[in-house]
Design a protein around this ligand. Structure first.
Ligand code: SAM
Length: 268
C-alpha cells in the first residue's frame, strides 16, 4: 500500500489489510477495537430504558487474547520506530491488550483514563456506575514523538495529565460506538505532525479519518462492515479541509489562520 494518496480506505478484515502495509510506514495508530462487552447478560440504558448490551456480532469474539495478539502484532510491524500506538478499551479487553504490549516488548508510555461525567446511569444498583474508558499509549522504544508542549497549550498552559474529562457526545452516525471527535483530535494532535500518516484498523464510523483530514494528516482506515465503511467514506469525504476545528479549544479557524496556529503550536 502506498501513501501518495492522502486518504486510503479499505473495506475488509484488518488482519488481512494490515499485511499489505509496509514495515515502519505509519507514524501514529489509533485503534478502537471490539471491546468484547456485548452479550445477553449485559445491560445498558437507552433513552432511559434498560436494553441488552449488543453492539453487533463484531463485538463477540471467542478468543479475545488471540485476536488482540494478531492485530496488535501487525500494527506494531507497520508502526515507525518513533511512532506511537493508542488503543482504546474498557476492563473487558484492556488487561488483554496491556499483557500483549508487554509480551511484544513495547514501551508503555501512558495509560489514559477518559472520564465521561455524563455517562448513562446504572440500573442494576449493584455496583459502581461505569463512567470511564481507558487508552493505552505505547511505542517501540523510548525515543518516540510526543507533542508535550502542545498538550500544555491545549490544557491552558498547565501540564496535561492522564485523566481526561470529555463528555460522551450525541452520535453523528448510526454506529453504536462512535467516538467523540474532540477525544480523537487530542490524540492526533499529541501524537503526530502535519502530513504524517495515521492508521485506524477499526475505523467504525470514520471519526479518526474525519479528524485526521481536518488536521491535514494522511489517513489509512480499515473497516470490516460494508455499511459502516460506506458511512465512514461519506463522512470523511464531507470534511471541509478549508476549515480546521480545534474542538478542544472551541476554535473554528480558516485554513490560513489554522495553519499558522498549528505551526506555532507544533514548532513550540
Ligand atoms: C469500536 S468500533 C470503532 C468505532 C470508531 N472509533 C468510531 O468512532 O466510529 C470497532 C469497529 O471495528 C470493526 N471491526 C471489527 N472487527 C474488525 C476486523 N477484523 N477488521 C476491521 N474492522 C473490524 C467493527 O465493524 C466496528 O465498526
Amino acid at each position: 500500500m502506498s501513501f501518495k494518496r492522502k486518504i486510503t480506505l479499505k473495506n475488509g478484515d484488518c488482519l488481512k489489510e494490515l499485511k499489505k502495509i509496509k514495515d515502519g510506514s505509519v507514524d501514529q495508530i489509533y485503534a478502537d477495537p471490539p471491546y468484547n462487552l456485548s452479550g445477553k447478560t449485559h445491560q445498558t440504558v437507552q433513552s432511559g430504558k434498560p436494553v441488552t448490551l449488543n453492539k453487533g456480532d463484531w463485538d463477540v469474539i471467542d478468543d479475545i487474547d488471540e485476536f488482540n495478539f494478531n492485530w496488535v502484532s501487525e500494527c506494531i510491524r507497520v508502526l515507525s520506530d518513533n511512532g506511537t500506538i493508542w488503543i482504546s478499551g474498557t476492563l473487558h479487553n484492556h488487561p488483554s491488550i496491556g499483557t500483549i504490549l508487554k509480551k511484544l516488548g513495547l514501551w508503555i508510555i501512558n495509560d489514559v483514563v477518559w472520564y465521561k461525567r455524563n455517562a448513562p446511569p446504572l440500573l442494576s444498583g449493584n455496583r459502581l456506575a461505569p463512567s470511564v474508558e481507558l487508552i493505552w499509549i505505547a511505542s517501540k522504544s523510548k525515543k518516540y514523538f510526543f507533542n508535550y508542549e502542545l498538550g500544555k497549550i491545549l490544557n491552558d498552559g498547565k501540564q496535561m495529565r492522564n485523566l481526561w474529562e470529555i463528555n460522551a457526545q450525541r452520535h453523528l452516525t448510526k454506529h453504536p460506538t462512535e467516538k467523540p471527535e474532540n477525544l480523537i483530535e487530542r490524540i492526533i494532535l499529541l501524537g503526530s505532525k502535519k502530513d504524517q500518516v495515521i492508521l485506524d484498523p477499526f475505523m467504525g464510523s470514520g471519526t479518526t479519518g474525519v479528524v485526521a483530514k481536518r488536521l491535514s494528516r494522511k489517513f489509512i482506515g480499515i473497516e470490516l462492515d460494508r455499511e459502516y465503511f460506506d458511512i465512514s467514506k461519506e463522512r470523511i469525504s464531507r470534511v471541509n479541509s478549508t476549515k480546521v476545528i480545534l474542538t478542544d479549544k472551541k476554535l473554528i479557524l480558516d485554513k490560513d489562520k489554522s495553519e499558522q496556529v498549528l505551526k506555532n503550536i507544533e514548532d513550540n
